[in-house]
Design a protein around this ligand. Sequence first.
Ligand SMILES: NC(=O)c1ccc[n+]([C@@H]2O[C@H](COP(=O)([O-])OP(=O)(O)OC[C@H]3O[C@@H](n4cnc5c(N)ncnc54)[C@H](OP(=O)(O)O)[C@@H]3O)[C@@H](O)[C@H]2O)c1
Length: 264
Amino acid sequence: MDLQISGKKAIMAGGSAGMGRATAERLAEAGVELYISARRQERLEKAAREIADKYGVRVTPVVADSSTEEGRQALFAACPDPDILAITIKPPSPNGDFLQIPAENWRDSVETALIGPIEIMRHYIPVMKKKGWGRIVNIATFSAKNPMAWRLMSGPARSALVNYTACVSREIAQYGVIINNILPGIFATEGMEESWEIYVEAFGLEKNRDIARKHFIDNNPIPAGFMGDADDMAPMAALLCSPLARFIVGQNIVIDGGQHRSLF
Ligand SMILES: NC(=O)c1ccc[n+]([C@@H]2O[C@H](COP(=O)([O-])OP(=O)(O)OC[C@H]3O[C@@H](n4cnc5c(N)ncnc54)[C@H](OP(=O)(O)O)[C@@H]3O)[C@@H](O)[C@H]2O)c1
């Protein structure tokens, strides 16, 4: 399928690993010029080189923490006029006892998973409106819709993000600028790999990767029978970044192997 986005310019904020990188690759494959950002420079630059070499498109790495004003300004300066904006931000780690979550963790969660994406969208929406075309995709989490007691640092802030985009998307669709969100379930990504020790700690388990994995899978059964691979989500993200998505407005697409049981 031709996504009809060859020659367009995209930002993938959070594009050096996991689902962000997989999305960047699908956009590159479709002929899009990319700006990918992340906090860690070495992995980011390696990803940019690899994607550029593989797909023959220009990929500019931008070291920037999307949860800080300084990081966002670096992104805005590097790419002032994207046609496509995809955002993912890693929220704070899994939590243990909800009674033990201090206020500062909530502030951090809101700053990272809500205010960061909102501020980036707020900056670029007028740019896209002026062009008369734009696509925005947030890669958030299915715990925005399916509350999980150990993901309180991710779900509630993302539920608020979904609320925000539900409103804003309906304000700007008339200008050809469209926002949708993807709500991923459990994916075997670099980020998931990095957080297993925190998971073990949160549940008071023995510090052993296999025990953590078994506990995780036993407590989070996935009807599809496996954890997602980043590229189980990326084609949908790329589709939402294309003209083909012109009638899909303000939606939240759950991609979770059937884990979340709901009709809509
Ligand atoms: N994996 C899962 O099972 C799962 C489940 C539900 C929801 N999600 C959500 O899906 C999204 C992607 O997860 P993932 O597993 O693909 O993560 P990942 O493998 O850790 O990749 C995240 C990417 O974003 C970058 N990033 C993280 N925080 C950033 C920030 N503040 N500013 C700029 N770049 C940032 C990371 O690079 P740096 O670390 O170098 O910045 C990396 O490139 C996250 O929002 C996560 O909450 C994941």
